[in-house]
Design a binder for this molecule. Structure first.
Ligand code: NDP
Length: 245
């Protein structure tokens, strides 16, 4: 029986790369998108060609009802959940802290923190009765660096994810569930353009110790390692995959 993995934000970037690799590693997949159904369909097609059964779901993780609906579909389609890649995330336009609006703060915390916590809650509710499961929360090196003059709000959401990861992992380790965060550095995806800075990863990548930006595939390989039995004694920690940054 193929294990089942839920990936939020699987229509693009890191989530899409994780989905394609997870399919090749033998997972069946529940893939969510928010605004890009075509992106999700393209990923699902590749995953099916690799042998995976796939379920595509539209779900805005800022909407608790959408999260309930997505788990209801997973329950009826697969009847179990073995892994969660808690990946969906957004960044705002570059701004100083004094320019951050209440609306912007609400939105980024709703998506990056509250959404991620509610999605993880749904996963734990399914994994605990199974006595096994793995949760990977996608954080960022921004949690450590603070992102001054760029997006301190985003960095703060990822700091919350690191803390949530440690607390949740301590709660559920006795139940057979491992919980880790993975902190990417500068990765070539469209998130930078969405934040108003196209080419940011390539431009800043040269200043990292390894002298380049990373790829979504490099993140996916680290995520799939954390999910594997090779990482069976790893829980509660945040793994930097950041070229030394
Ligand atoms: P992308 O912008 O390429 O992809 C983001 C994904 O999240 C898309 O599938 C998008 O769906 C989905 N998404 C966005 N908002 C929501 C929402 N409200 N509800 C559900 N899904 C949503 O970003 P990346 O792949 O770069 O980022 C993935 C994760 O990695 C994020 O958590 C990000 O913070 C983190 N990260 C990325 C870094 C980088 O340099 N790229 C560095 C450090 C961390 P759709 O397109 O369908 O709307």
């Amino acid at each position: 029986m193929r294990p089942v993995c839920l990936i939020t934000g699987a229509s693009a970037g890191i989530g899409a790369a994780c989905a394609r690799l997870a399919a090749r590693r033998g997972y069946d997949l529940a893939l969510t998108y928010n605004t890009d159904p075509k992106g999700a369909q393209a990923v699902a097609q590749d995953a099916q060609e690799a042998g995976a059964k796939t379920l595509i779901l539209q779900a805005d993780v800022a909407d608790p009802a959408a999260i309930d609906a997505l788990y209801a579909r997973i329950d009826t389609t697969f009847g179990r959940l073995d892994a969660l890649i808690n990946n969906a995330g957004i960044v705002g336009q570059t701004a100083r802290v004094t320019d951050l609006t209440h609306d912007r703060l609400r939105q980024i915390f709703d998506v990056n923190v509250i959404g991620a916590i509610l999605v993880a809650q749904g996963a734990v509710n399914r994994m605990e009765p199974q006595g096994t499961g793995v949760i990977i929360n996608i954080s960022s090196v921004a949690a450590r660096l603070g992102s001054a003059n760029q997006y301190v709000d985003y960095a703060a959401t990822k700091g919350a994810i690191d803390t949530f990861t440690k607390g949740l992992s301590d709660e559920v380790a006795p139940k057979g569930i491992r919980v880790m965060a993975l902190a990417p550095g500068l990765i070539e995806t469209d998130i930078h353009e969405k934040g108003g800075e196209p080419g940011r990863a390539a431009r800043l990548g040269g200043s990292t110790p390894m002298g380049r930006a990373g790829t979504a595939d490099e993140i996916a390989h680290a995520v799939l390692w954390l999910m594997s039995d090779e990482a069976s004694y790893v829980t509660g920690s945040t793994l930097n995959v950041s070229g030394g940054r």
